[in-house]
Design a binder for this molecule. Sequence first.
Ligand code: F3S
Length: 389
Amino acid sequence: MYLTAEEEKILSGEQGPGPQRAMELLVALGRIYDADRLVPISSAHLSGVSYKTIGEGGIDFLNEMSKDAKVRVPTTLNPMGMDAERWKEMRVPERFSDRQLEIMRRYSSLGVRTTCSCTPYLGENVPKKGDTIAWAESSALSYANSVIGARTNREGGPGALAAAILGKTAHYGMHLDENRAPTVVIEVEDVTGVFGHSLLGHAVGLSTGASVPYFKGIRPDQDELKIMAAAMAASGSVAMFHVEGSTPESGERDLKGLEVVRLSTKELEEVRAKLSGDDRPDLIALGCPHLSVKEIRELAKLIKGKPRPKETEVWFCSSRSTVAQCPEEVALLDRFGKVVCDTCMIVAPIEGTHKVTGTNSCKACSYLPGLCSQKVVCQSAPRLLEVIT
Ligand code: F3S
């Protein structure tokens, strides 16, 4: 991989050990994936924020990096392990909170914006079509590639941080036009609503793996696209997809000779049944990915006039910037359950407080058993809320 004279100097340690380590990481990634050079990025989004997922090893790494390095581009963070203001109400242990705050101090000293959300594209960090970026949240990066038309690989947390520190990333994978072309056509009948698109994404990820699917027969809105992207990224490592007549690069593509997969509503119901048990949830968690203003308004209509459930806690997960845009609806949701910001049902330590979680997100259903020791109920938001009220 070609390095400029300045990049060589960083690699030799001239700018200190933090930038040197970042450069070593990017060079190693570039060599593995056969990149020809480094290219400038306009933003980064980092995963690896919750104490639950990165632990003491992650804090040591951030300590090392933050001694003499700063990010060079606007950089945002994925959800951490707790709501910074309501962590006691979430029954997060004191020690967890202390260590979580230490992580946030480290990111802050690196110059990272400590807004914690997996939907930065809704407000805190909005790329444009054609931008080169380094993002590390699988649902967000798939949305950025597919719906916005920005260009990012499926970065890991350390790789995205290295890119943010250097303001550059290795030029391979989804940065190259040929890797953004569809590899399989998905023909769909009758998929509606956020939950339907979540099931669709999960089914496509399972059946096609790390492909670039091209969807025909659907016209998803922004919320349906974001939950579909999340489900596909979790079940199949999909980093990019196209929707005919909708996503920005869909019209530029040749579909000749591609395999066609047809999915029916019956198959989606089978997918749901496989993910779901029938226990009564002690937690219902909505907002994976984080809820948009429109979703918050729809949920507020759904629960208006209903009493707070007695035996089931309800979390509405969103970002602070989204919540600030709809205070009346947020107040309604808060009388019914809890609006939690900065975090989500997967990266918060819910294994210490809950046993059965209900959600409409197939991404969450994929991770809840393994990462949170939860039994799962997979259903639409209206059905989940109907059962407990
Ligand atoms: Fe976001 Fe957490 Fe889901 S980070 S995409 S709400 S697993």
